[in-house]
Design a protein around this ligand. Structure first.
Ligand SMILES: NC(=O)C1=CN([C@@H]2O[C@H](COP(=O)(O)OP(=O)(O)OC[C@H]3O[C@@H](n4cnc5c(N)ncnc54)[C@H](O)[C@@H]3O)[C@@H](O)[C@H]2O)C=CC1
Ligand SMILES: NCC(=O)COP(=O)(O)O
Length: 324
């Protein structure tokens, strides 16, 4: 028999995207086992989804298989699948802040965010952050957070996140890479239960610089930093050529791979496991997960969206949130 517990808060994300439908389908798949509630405008849910409006998260503290508990947030109008409405942008942002508030008060065990459309939020509400990750850090008042994409096959962490490629060499610093490695190691221990995490670090340049002939960052500071941190007890390998560190045998040698920039990290995991990858923000004082994909405007509202990544994200949020 289920007992009452703090539920997972699920944000609506972009109402014109697939967020509402994958949240509803994830609830249908998990409702008997995991207490959860959705924060959003009930008008944005698919019509056939049974839901009940709740006043507080406590009303969702038991798994609820009959109806999706909804903490309502009025967006003022219905959504048009595939077309973001500027008037909805502030609501999307406010729902994330509301979920964070609830988890920080202890009313929710974790936050699972449905995808946002970053440009729509910038255009519609002047959203000042490149993504959830940076916004969540600001809401939590922490300086350093880390984005991890995790699946059974691979865990990857980009050391720089949502910046233009030509900014990467400047933004990648020894201090930043050190913090990324520290937070990743600590989270692998505390959140993933890996007592002595093994971490592989990619090089920035092709062939990890090929001895300096294709870039010097590896020689000048990445390898020295790895050596220094190995001396402090970290189980680190690298800098490794990024093109050869993700094949099946190589993946057996580490628990997480640190990549130098967004696509170096996300291409391998989305290629290997697009359906089951989960985005976890490390370094926050609460648990936050998200599916690894975006708003998928091209298929929104058509019932074609695969909810698997959302399901995995809610499961991971529940598992981590229940153990903290
Ligand atoms: N956590 C978040 O809030 C994330 C937000 N985004 C945002 O989403 C927006 C769109 O990004 P895109 O690069 O187009 O990526 P996307 O992931 O939305 O779509 C890429 C392709 O994958 C398909 N796809 C995505 N999720 C699917 C699912 N669950 N089932 C079936 N097919 C699926 C789409 O139909 C599309 O063809 C951007 O604004 C981006 O910033 C992207 C990733 C994560
Ligand atoms: N590519 C991953 C992504 O865009 C997710 O970002 P965030 O919104 O979780 O910061």
């Amino acid at each position: 028999m289920s007992t009452a517990a703090r539920p997972v808060a699920i944000t609506c994300g972009e109402p014109a995207g697939i967020g509402p439908e994958i949240a509803a389908r994830a609830w249908a798949a998990l409702a008997s086992d995991i207490p959860m509630f959705w924060i959003g405008d009930p008008r944005h849910l698919p019509e056939d989804v049974p839901h009940r409006v709740i006043d507080t998260p406590e009303a969702a503290s038991m798994p609820s298989a009959d109806a999706l508990p909804v903490l309502p947030h009025d967006f003022g109008s219905a959504a048009l699948p595939g077309v973001a409405q500027p008037g909805h942008a502030q609501g999307v942002i406010d729902v994330i802040a509301r979920a964070v508030d609830l988890v920080q008060q202890g009313a929710a065990s974790a936050v699972c965010t449905a995808p946002i459309h970053k440009k729509a939020l910038q255009d519609g509400a002047g959203f000042a952050y490149p993504g959830h990750t940076e916004y969540l850090a600001a809401l939590a008042g922490v300086d350093d957070v880390v984005m991890m994409l995790a699946s059974e096959q691979l865990r990857v962490v980009p050391a720089t996140i949502h910046i233009a490629l030509d900014q990467v060499p400047q933004m990648l610093t020894p201090t930043g890479l050190r913090r990324t490695i520290e937070i990743t190691a600590e989270s692998l221990r505390d959140r993933f239960g890996i007592a002595r995490p093994r971490i592989a670090v990619a090089g920035l340049n092709p062939h990890a610089g090929e001895g300096g002939s294709m870039g010097r960052q590896e020689i000048d500071w990445i390898a020295p930093l790895i050596l220094e941190m190995q001396g402090e007890g970290y189980a680190l390998a690298g800098p490794l050529p990024a093109d050869t560190m993700f094949h099946a045998a190589a993946r057996q040698s580490y628990d997480a791979a640190i990549a130098m920039y967004h696509d170096q990290a996300l291409i391998p995991i989305k290629t290997l496991d697009f359906d089951r990858g989960v985005n976890v923000t490390l370094g926050l004082p609460f648990v936050r997960t998200s599916p690894d994909h975006g708003t998928a405007f091209d298929i929104a509202g058509q019932g074609r969206a695969n909810p698997t990544s959302m399901i995995e994200a809610i499961k991971l949020a529940w598992r981590m949130g229940s153990s903290t």
